[in-house]
Write a protein that binds this ligand. Structure first.
Ligand code: TRP
Ligand code: ZN
Length: 474
């Protein structure tokens, strides 16, 4: 579902106006959605609304038997269209109930329905597929591969940015959010942890169990997750009665679930900073072994076995506002997600340790950036997408904004950004113009320098300048 921001809704009061009339000659849907970093990710010509993933998982053999049903809307008349699917065996495809021809080329799955799809009409695709899912490599990411990760006798899925296509056919780009349903069947003794709300958990005649999850908030594909392990489950309540569900494998380190003791408090603090929590539920999953990373999967971040400390939780939970509810429109805007989540970590340290500690940290990191911070946060390039620019210089850019416009307007900018683009996508320009709108200040130079410049700008409010620290060192 391509949700228009509230700002643009006024112009389209009568909702989705098809871009073409149904009697236009049908065209071939594009093999990419138009992302400058990943030209083959996502697809053109349609908009997905809902995914229903019926998955039978054998976590020991690493085998998946699946049927994906996708509801979508054709934006133009389509003779053919693409989905993204990496590996696996496609057994059959139906479009609106009729068998459809298909071809595969790398992760591109090209589907040719029996009859062309009329522009502006809804259609349904059913893909039956199976096999042994494998991760896909992504250059510039701190993990070996993303997507379906099999560890001995369990499965975790961490898919940013492109891994969802390793386990289901998908319009694989955050610009096309959709709602999800998961019906996952696993051997007895296993538990499934997926996004959203657990609707039912039923034992089948053969002893296996089927877990049905419904994720009703629009979600970017890289945030979908489904994890299969002998989990211990703990339920808690967050602010306003928000249901929280936490999972850790029964053989995880002693007391792993206690890592989440402070989650309700963290959510409360994040709500003070950023406004209402955007989704129907929250929680967390701990993996069985140290993985060295965590991912902000929607409503249920997945943490490496030793990576669920408070700092990491603050980061992944802050992503629920920034990254998940307000998503990037293109991957080059990733700082809108990672820099904001990282800055939440700064705010947390400030809250816990005081503003002097924050100031000391600012000075340390500013000096560090003077030596190695040439990477700009906005549009960092695909190879440096998850690099220093986005994780360190970006949060410092936000701090520079805060020092310039003052605390109250700064937090109003964050809260308004979260509210205005809730369940939608945003661009860097959306954020910078909002900051100017709220502060009434001309921030062109500040943003140009911090977000795009090759040099680290001065921070006059903190009396910091790389030119000076150069002299000091030399
Ligand atoms: N977004 C993650 C973070 O919170 C980093 C990340 C990107 C990641 N891709 C991943 C983690 C894949 C695990 C797996 O900073
Ligand atoms: Zn992050």
């Amino acid at each position: 579902m391509r949700i228009l921001s509230v700002a643009s809704l006024g112009f389209l009061a009568c909702s989705a106006v098809p871009a073409a009339f149904s009697d236009d000659p049908p065209v071939a849907g594009a093999r990419g959605i138009g992302d400058p970093y990943y030209p083959d990710l996502g697809n053109g010509g349609y908009d997905t609304l809902h995914y229903e993933l019926v998955l039978a998982v054998d976590p020991v053999a690493n085998h998946l038997d699946a049927v994906a049903t996708i509801d979508a809307m054709a934006e133009v008349s389509l003779a053919s269209f693409h989905l993204d699917l990496a590996g696996l065996e496609v057994e059959a495809i139906l479009v609106d109930g009729a068998p459809a021809a298909f071809q595969r080329d790398g992760h591109e799955l090209m589907i040719e329905p029996e009859r062309a799809l009329a522009g502006g009409s809804r259609f349904q695709v059913v893909v039956r597929y199976s096999g042994s899912p494998q991760t896909v490599p992504v250059p510039g990411i701190p993990v070996d591969g993303v997507g379906w990760m099999h560890f001995e006798d369990r499965v975790f899925t961490l898919s940013q940015p492109s891994g969802s296509m390793t386990w289901y056919p998908v319009n694989n780009h955050p610009r096309d959010k959709a709602t999800y349903e998961f019906r996952v069947t696993v051997p007895e003794t296993y538990v499934v942890a997926a996004n959203g709300i657990l609707v039912s958990n039923e034992e089948r005649e053969d002893g296996r169990r089927t877990f049905h999850f419904r994720a009703s908030d629009p979600m970017a594909s890289y945030l979908a997750t489904m994890n299969v392990a002998p989990f211990e489950v703990r339920e808690m309540e967050g602010p306003g009665g928000l249901p929280l569900t936490f999972y850790a494998p029964i053989d995880a380190r002693e007391g792993a679930l206690d890592d989440f003791d402070r989650t309700p408090e963290l959510l409360e603090v994040l709500t003070e900073w950023f406004g209402p929590y955007p989704f129907e539920s929250c929680g967390g999953v701990i993996m069985n072994e140290s993985f060295g990373a965590a991912l902000e999967t929607q409503t249920i971040p997945v943490y490496g076995g030793r990576e669920a400390g408070i700092g990491t939780q603050v980061h992944e939970l802050a992503h629920q506002w920034f990254g998940n509810s307000v998503s990037v429109d293109s991957w080059r805007d990733l700082w809108l997600s990672e820099s904001f989540a990282s800055y939440a970590g700064w705010l947390w340290r400030e809250r816990e340790d005081g503003s002097e500690e924050l100031d000391a940290r600012l000075r340390r990191q500013y000096e560090f950036l003077c030596r190695r911070g040439d990477q700009a946060p906005a549009d960092p390039g695909a190879e440096r997408l998850f690099g220093l620019g986005v994780y360190l210089r970006g949060p410092m850019a936000l701090h520079a904004l805060r020092l310039r416009i003052g605390d109250e307007p700064f937090f109003e900018v964050l809260r308004t950004f979260a509210a205005r683009y809730r369940n939608a996508t945003a661009t860097t320009a959306d954020f910078t113009s909002l900051a100017e709108e709220i502060s009434g200040a001309d921030l062109g130079e500040l943003f140009e320098g911090w977000l795009y410049g090759s040099e680290i700008p001065d921070l006059p409010e903190a009396e910091l300048s790389c030119a000076e620290s150069d002299e000091g060192n030399g």
